[in-house]
Design a protein around this ligand. Structure first.
Ligand code: 5GP
Ligand code: ZN
Length: 111
């Protein structure tokens, strides 16, 4: 499959990785929107959070734990976790990813 995040997960494309296990990878975003901007992806291809039922609950739960652990290890203070679903929400890479954004204040609502 021609998916850039599958290629990062497979190690075929380099990324600035901060975490890796058998089921998830975290790496710094190429175009950061905050001083710390890290993406957490499942190694397995899932198009978006809307398709999370494709994985079992244990795997889904572990992925969320990775998000929290990566944030704790890399960000001081508060942070925001975002996952875009579909083009209307701004999803440009159709492989599930959680953005972890930190290092600056964020407004609410997000706009
Ligand atoms: P989306 O818009 O789908 O929610 O987020 C995709 C994110 O992936 C964007 O923030 C974009 O900067 C990042 N991105 C796209 N291609 C690459 C890449 O090859 N390497 C890295 N590190 N980030 C990427
Ligand atoms: Zn993929």
């Amino acid at each position: 499959m021609d998916c850039i995040f599958c290629k990062i997960a497979a190690g075929e494309i380099p990324a600035n990785e901060v975490y890796r296990d058998e089921a998830a990878v975290a790496f710094r975003d190429l175009n950061p929107q905050a001083p710390s901007h890290i993406l957490v992806i499942p190694t397995r291809h899932i198009a978006s959070l809307a398709d999370i039922a494709e994985v079992d609950a244990d795997e889904a739960g572990r992925l969320l734990r990775v998000v929290a652990e990566v944030a704790a290890d890399n960000i001081t203070g508060g942070y925001r976790v975002v996952t875009n679903i579909g083009a209307d929400a701004g999803q440009s890479v159709p492989h599930l990813h959680f953005h972890i954004l930190g290092g600056r204040p964020f407004g609410w609502p997000p706009g």
